[in-house]
Design a protein around this ligand. Structure first.
Ligand code: FAD
Length: 372
């Protein structure tokens, strides 16, 4: 039977859930996506999609639509110190397909994925919050709207605070990572299509162009002891982020001065789960391996999950064996990725002699990088 004609409910219409919806529907599954929000929307911010993520979107037939959004192709990663001095420039031209590293507006990516899911036959149900799932060989989805529905397979793509993960026995709670992130998009762009990383003591700023260089994305991260807000994100004042970075170089300060609207996030994480499935229910994306954004891989990992899960389910009639194949294929890779992102947190934020030593190392490394 494989996945053909089986009824799959995906909880969550984020980047992971929507990619899985298209991947599974293209392989013949009957897919329903339940999303708690009343509209498909994403925070107004950018997202870097590296070649691994784009390879999946290409295989799903979405590369043209993604590129048509005007996403600039990244050329290099440039590292700068607190004063704005260039430490190194790492060109992406050495990649196998250099044009495959894209800067996207999140709203554009979500729109492409939602249209792609619908075009493949998936049904998207908005305003449907799932309360819990009763796992088992015929899992039952309990939702405030729609009551209890028995289905063949449930995919939990419901992010960091996943109720599906809880339903299959996950008990740990998300922990604050000691980092907060302001996110803003400003009008106008100057400079080449590069990831600019400005590093300072206990803080850093990442910035890159969006939408045919009409916009510029800014992520500004600062270390904090705690996060006392009830929600994990809220609107903030431009003055708050400008004040936090007032000792950085002129380039980031000039960018921050252009901010009109900004939100701030407490960055939370969980350890990567050891059990990714229970009965015919399985997890993916941030629901199973939330990561710090300092490697720009959280969404790319969710996109990869979607492909591997669909492929595993299509290859056998044995759902449990398919889930095990999927977890085996993904676990070590996402652990490596999550650890590398966590490691970047302290590397970006070094102070004093440690920073001086590390920056010398970066200069030397940069001097040996291929030129383009
Ligand atoms: P989510 O995006 O969290 O989606 C979950 C969905 O489930 C939501 O729509 C939610 O409303 C819905 N939902 C939740 N609970 C329920 C429920 N009970 N019932 C129904 N629906 C529910 N990653 C990259 O690859 N590149 C980057 O450049 C990058 N930059 C980042 C910058 C920052 C500052 C941050 C914080 C993250 C960044 N990431 C990046 C990480 C990336 O955003 C996440 O890893 C990714 O969005 C996770 O996708 P997801 O679909 O698994 O979960």
């Amino acid at each position: 039977m494989s996945i053909r004609n089986r009824h799959v409910v995906i909880v969550g219409a984020g980047i992971g859930g929507l990619t899985a919806a298209r991947a599974l529907a293209l392989r013949g599954a009957r897919v329903s996506v339940l999303e708690q929000a009343s509209e498909i929307a994403e925070v107004g911010a950018g997202i870097q999609i590296s070649p691994n993520g784009l390879a999946v979107l290409r295989a799903l037939g979405l590369e043209g639509a993604v590129r048509a959004t005007g996403a600039p192709e990244a050329q290099a990663v440039v590292l700068r110190d607190r004063r704005g001095r260039r430490l190194a420039r790492f060109p992406l031209a050495g990649l196998e397909r250099p044009g495959d590293y894209l800067f996207l507006h999140r709203a554009d990516l979500i729109e492409v994925l939602a249209q792609g899911a619908r075009a493949a036959g998936a049904e998207l149900h908005l305003g449907h919050q799932v309360d819990r799932v009763a796992p088992g060989l015929r899992p039952v989805v309990h939702a405030a709207r729609g009551g209890a529905t028995e289905v063949d397979i449930v995919v939990g793509a419901d992010g960091l605070h996943s109720v599906v993960a809880e339903s299959i026995g996950r008990r740990d709670t998300p922990f604050f990572t000691g980092q907060v992130a302001w996110r803003a998009v400003v009008a106008g762009d100057e400079g080449p299509p590069e990831v600019e990383l400005h590093m300072g003591p206990g803080r850093h700023i990442v910035t890159y162009p969006l939408r045919d260089h009409r916009l510029r994305n800014i992520v500004a991260v600062e270390e904090r002891r705690d996060w006392t807000q009830e929600s994990w994100s809220r609107r903030d004042s431009a003055a708050a982020v400008q004040g936090a970075f007032s000792r950085m170089g002129p380039r980031p300060r000039a960018l921050l001065d252009r901010i009109e609207t900004v939100h701030v996030w407490g960055l939370f994480r969980r350890r990567v789960a050891t059990d990714w499935h229970g009965g015919n229910t399985v997890l993916m994306g941030d629901a199973v391996h939330p990561t710090l954004p300092f490697l720009a891989q959280g969404a790319c990992m969710a996109i990869e999950d979607a492909w591997v899960l669909a492929e595993a389910l299509d290859a056998t009639d044995d759902t449990r064996a398919a889930f095990e194949t999927y977890q085996r294929a993904r676990h070590a890779r996402v652990v490596r990725t999550v650890d590398a992102a966590t490691g970047n947190a302290w590397k970006y934020h070094l102070r004093g002699p440690l920073a001086t030593g590390a920056q010398l190392g970066i200069r030397l490394l940069g001097a040996t990088a291929p030129r383009s």
